[in-house]
Write a protein that binds this ligand. Structure first.
Ligand code: HEM
Ligand code: HEM
Length: 456
């Protein structure tokens, strides 16, 4: 309460910033009010062990901060960006050269979008490796996967908006991949492009998806995700394999223990993003020219693994069968039958850790070998001239690889694992390592004509 002791200006000031009152009783009243507000969203106490930085690495919170930065800067960009091919590129150039802080706002948006993908991917890995997808958290895993797909789609639709050569041709080849889906592929491509080619309709469709549909999806799913964390009684409790899973340890007050940690991570992240955006400008090439394709034409970095697959397999397998199988497996992962509930134990057990390292080493040797062999040695056209490519370059290698993965599962389970959780972890690490190597090859080791070589 402001009293007669305060003058007119002070009364206005304190009505806006009640926390600055010198009166101790007033300040305490304000503090309680503010804490009460916060505790509408957060639990009053949290298990002390979940506060360890090495459990969550602050990654979920970082994703929230980056999404907030993207919404804030995205809304600002909307004031100057014009989503029509004749003016989009020019509006970006104007934003960078004329609008106050335009370049900085664009940089923050660009780098936050890319950082978000990385952070959410790492969050997905931490959730998997700490076993936080078992009973009670299964559906939150599904919600997370849907958000991961939304973030991918958001980065991809945003990629086209600057309408420069990079944007135009990356989106051309990525949407071009859809053609290979049998039956619906061509129709789907036409639907997404708004016609046969990338043009004004594509830009408005991408703009609407980017600035309305996906943000709406995130605004709905994010609170749902947090509510599920709350329903599962907070984060998974980290423990050693022999610890009692029922022992939740001591609890501590959320304010200040959790809130201060979150504020530190959030402030550090905002500072890093700001510094990075001051130092490095978002790329902008020449204006899109539909008649002149750059060589090589590369997909955005997060689709490089997919583009790399396309160089080795029949397109139907590279674009549809392999990604669909992997995605399908990820969606059913929390609902598989496990021998034990290992929630909270990093890498399942000591044996699981060992199996994971073996899987990583095998994939790190075989994937580059496979890439090089396919580039220089294997030639289906000469070896199997009469076999249709869908079989020689599709069904045949895919079946061999599948047999190899099943054989690996059987071997590692027999030799190194006592429960199936460890063998499933090993297969996950095998595929993850192969995926990372394919992505790195696509980004850095593909040059002119997509030939192997230094191609950055
Ligand atoms: C925009 C994307 C995402 C945001 C903003 C987000 C945010 C969060 C936050 C703040 C937490 C609690 C703190 C933490 O664990 O760091 C959390 C937990 C969780 N997230 Fe996400 N997440 C996202 C994507 C994902 C993805 C891709 C997955 C997995 C497929 C996932 C699965 C989970 C699960 C299972 C938990 C509970 C973890 C536990 O109990 O220890 N989330 N998420
Ligand atoms: C998860 C959220 C989002 C992600 C990952 C994301 C990502 C991106 C990316 C990568 C670009 C291309 C930046 C460039 O290189 O120039 C972009 C552009 C753009 N985004 Fe977003 N964005 C998100 C949310 C939003 C929101 C909520 C809005 C507005 C409501 C928005 C509005 C824009 C606009 C107007 C552009 C064109 C300007 C430009 O390209 O610099 N974005 N976005």
């Amino acid at each position: 309460m402001t009293s007669d002791r305060h003058n007119f200006l002070q009364r206005i000031w304190y009505s806006i910033f009640p926390g600055t009152r010198r009166d101790r009783v007033d300040r305490e009243h304000y503090r309680q009010f503010f804490n009460g507000l916060l505790l509408h969203f957060r639990p009053r106490v949290v298990p002390e062990r979940t506060l360890r930085f090495t459990l969550s690495w602050g990654l979920g919170g970082m994703a929230v901060v980056l999404v907030s930065l993207l919404f804030l800067t995205g809304l600002m960009l909307k004031f100057t960006y014009q989503p029509v091919p004749d003016r989009a590129y020019e509006s970006i150039v104007r934003m960078q050269n004329v609008v106050y802080f335009g370049q900085l706002i664009r940089n923050i948006h660009h780098w936050s979008g890319n950082a978000l993908l990385l952070v959410v991917f790492l969050h997905f890995l931490r959730v998997f490796f700490s076993g936080a997808f078992h009973s009670g958290r299964q559906f939150n895993w599904i919600l997370g996967l849907v958000m991961l797909l939304l973030i991918l789609a958001s980065n991809f639709t945003g990629y086209l908006l600057p309408w420069d050569q990079l944007a135009f041709w990356a989106v051309t080849i990525c949407t071009g991949m859809l053609e290979y889906i049998p039956g619906i592929g061509v129709g789907l491509q036409k639907f997404i492009r708004g016609g046969t080619d990338i043009g004004p309709a594509t830009l408005s469709i991408f703009y609407a998806i980017h600035t309305a549909i996906i943000p709406a999806g995130l605004i709905i799913l994010m609170p749902f995700h947090f509510w599920r964390v709350r329903k599962a009684r907070g984060l998974v409790i980290p423990r050693k394999p022999d610890d009692d899973p029922q022992d939740r340890g001591a609890s501590v007050a959320t304010i200040p223990n959790l809130i201060v940690r979150e504020l530190v991570v959030a402030s550090a992240l905002v500072a890093v993003m700001l510094l990075f955006s001051i130092l490095f400008n978002a790329p902008l090439e020449a204006k899109a020219n539909p008649g002149l394709s750059p060589n090589p034409t590369k997909a955005p970095w997060y689709f490089s693994g997919l583009q790399e697959l396309l160089l080795h397999f029949h397109p139907l397998f590279a674009v549809l069968v392999i990604p669909a199988v992997i995605l399908g497996l990820l969606f059913i992962l929390p609902y598989l039958r496990y021998d034990a509930d290992t929630a909270g134990v990093w890498f399942v057990s000591d044996q699981g850790r060992k199996a994971a390292v073996i899987a990583a080493v095998i994939a790190a040797i075989l994937t580059p070998l496979g890439i090089v062999a396919d580039e220089y040695v294997i030639s289906y056209a000469t070896w199997l001239p009469s076999v249709p490519p869908g079989i020689s370059n599709g069904i045949l290698p895919a079946t061999l690889i599948l047999a190899g993965i099943l054989g690996f599962y059987w071997w590692i389970k027999k030799k190194y694992c006592s429960i199936n959780n460890e063998a499933i972890l090993a297969v996950f690490v095998l595929l993850l390592t192969a995926f990372v190597i394919l992505t790195i090859t696509g980004i850095w080791f593909r040059g002119v004509g997509m030939k192997l070589g230094w191609g950055w």
